[in-house]
Design a protein around this ligand. Structure first.
Ligand code: GLC
Length: 457
């Protein structure tokens, strides 16, 4: 099956001026392509890691160079110039009079006109993975690349309408690119920001301008990890504290800084959260703690050491103890639980694609298997990764690589899921590679850095 996956990944490659540049999001012959025939930056990260693990860095290098050029290119927005550091959600190859050129979509074409904030963060993480795999630090040190990194950092670190070290973003600005109540300070963006800053720390060239960016990155990393540990972490002990919270506290030395009311703890959580095990909550704001479990943010937090060793083990404990809910028949759930009834109406805008237990709203996304495998390798819980891989070993191929599965336990091929979804294929390859050669973990792993966690002590 691995051979079939490799062939399918090859078939999705997009060529530009006769060189491999990226991969199409999906190659489903039965459904209208919409923009799935484009190369999505976030989707390509999975393809890129698979290529790097297979010793094929050329396509990744081409991708990094060309997307960097798109970053500061012209925007099609009328009368408005979005932040310069942004990277597109997706791009495609077009041609005029026999000459090929790239057309990028920064969200101005996308359904719902969502802003792809995650693209520039993934780009930085990928640049660092490429350097790890090839040793080609010279590429990242080129003037254009350093400038690209500065632009991304300007976008992320600049003082804004925001009192927290976390990054404030609109709804649907990452993998969940539809309205799902994930505006504000969603965990996935914060985990990605942490990874991108760690990557920048390794890639920035010291001296002149670089020094002030290095200083800014160092400052932010400490504040960010402190904030996430203190306010996003949820385990039985912490939940009990919130359960007994008093509201309306004013001043510096209060317990309930964000004025979270115990009445906002959802009923499902009280009996569901095991006594050993924990996770980072989905979002935090004034009077708001989103108690949903989001897989990507939690697994990425393990890989980039935003989670401590103890927290990482607790997240894996939670997966083990709530396996049917969080991993299910087809690893694994993008978020748990689904929004239902009035919540679904209000938070998704009655979106029929995001009905409960489908697509982003509690669907199962096989691409997440690579993050599960990476987190399992890092925490020494390989049995869990093997168990997850066994579940999909034959079904993904049999089902023709679906984009997502539906149902409480992910048993049904998603209602509107594409077949031959490239990141499903690439995710499977990466997971397999990680199990046979754990060394590959270095591409995505960041060790705990004593200078950053000093602020936690
Ligand atoms: C959907 C997903 C998004 C992905 C895109 C292409 O819009 O929500 O995360 O990048 O499809 O696969």
């Amino acid at each position: 099956m691995l051979e079939e996956a490799r062939k399918a990944l090859e078939a999705s490659i997009i060529y530009y001026r006769e060189r491999p540049l990226g991969t199409m999001a999906a190659l489903d012959p039965e459904v209208e392509a919409l923009n799935y025939n484009q190369c999505f930056v976030r989707d390509f990260v999975a393809s890129a890691l698979a290529f790097l693990m297979q010793g094929k860095p050329e396509i990744v290098r081409n991708f990094l160079v060309e997307t960097l050029a798109l970053q500061s290119g012209e925007r099609q927005m009328k009368c408005f110039k979005p932040g310069q550091g942004l990277m597109p959600a997706s791009f495609k190859v077009a041609s005029r009079e026999g000459e090929e050129y790239l057309v990028a979509d920064f969200g101005e074409q996308a359904i719902g006109r969502v802003t792809p904030i995650d693209s520039c963060l993934w780009w930085m993480v990928l640049l660092r993975a490429y350097v790890k795999a090839t040793g080609d630090l010279a590429l990242a040190h080129q003037v254009e690349f350093q400038r690209g990194i500065f632009l991304i950092l300007d976008l992320c670190l600049v003082a804004r309408l925001n009192m927290y070290p976390t990054m404030l973003v609109p709804d649907g600005s990452f993998m969940i690119d539809r309205r799902m109540g994930v505006y504000g300070y969603p965990l996935e963006i914060q985990a990605l920001l942490y990874a991108a800053l760690r990557a920048a720390r390794e890639l920035l060239l010291p001296g002149n301008e670089g020094d002030s960016y290095i200083q800014a990155v160092d400052d932010r990393l400490g504040h960010l990890i402190y904030h996430i540990h203190k306010y996003y972490w949820l385990d039985f002990k912490r939940l009990n504290e919130i359960y007994r919270y008093k509201g309306e506290e004013f001043g510096e030395t209060v317990m309930n800084e964000f004025n979270i009311y115990p009445g906002s703890i959802p009923d499902w959580l009280l009996d569901w959260l095991p006594e050993s095990g924990g996770y980072f909550a989905g979002n935090l704001g004034p009077g708001r703690l989103d108690f949903r479990f989001f897989a990507l943010g939690n697994l990425l937090a393990i890989c980039n050491s935003l989670a401590s060793e103890q927290q990482s083990q607790a997240i894996m404990d939670l997966l083990e103890q709530r396996w049917q809910d969080l991993v299910g028949r087809t690893p694994m759930k993008i978020c748990f639980p689904a929004l239902e009834g009035r919540d679904w109406q209000l938070l998704t805008g009655s979106d029929p694609k995001n009905v409960p237990w489908s697509y982003h709203n509690g669907g199962n996304w096989p691409v997440l298997i690579w993050l599960l495998a990476a987190a399992a390798q890092k925490t020494g819980r390989v049995a869990l990764a093997n168990r997850a891989l066994e579940l999909i070993d034959t079904c993904l191929y049999r089902d023709r690589w679906p984009e997502y599965y539906d149902g409480k336990h992910g048993r049904f091929i998603g209602k509107e899921a594409r077949r031959y979804q490239t990141w499903t294929i690439a995710g499977f390859i990466i997971a397999k590679e990680l199990m046979t050669n754990p060394q590959h973990l270095t591409l995505i792993n960041f060790d705990e850095d004593p200078s950053i966690i000093a602020c936690l002590l």
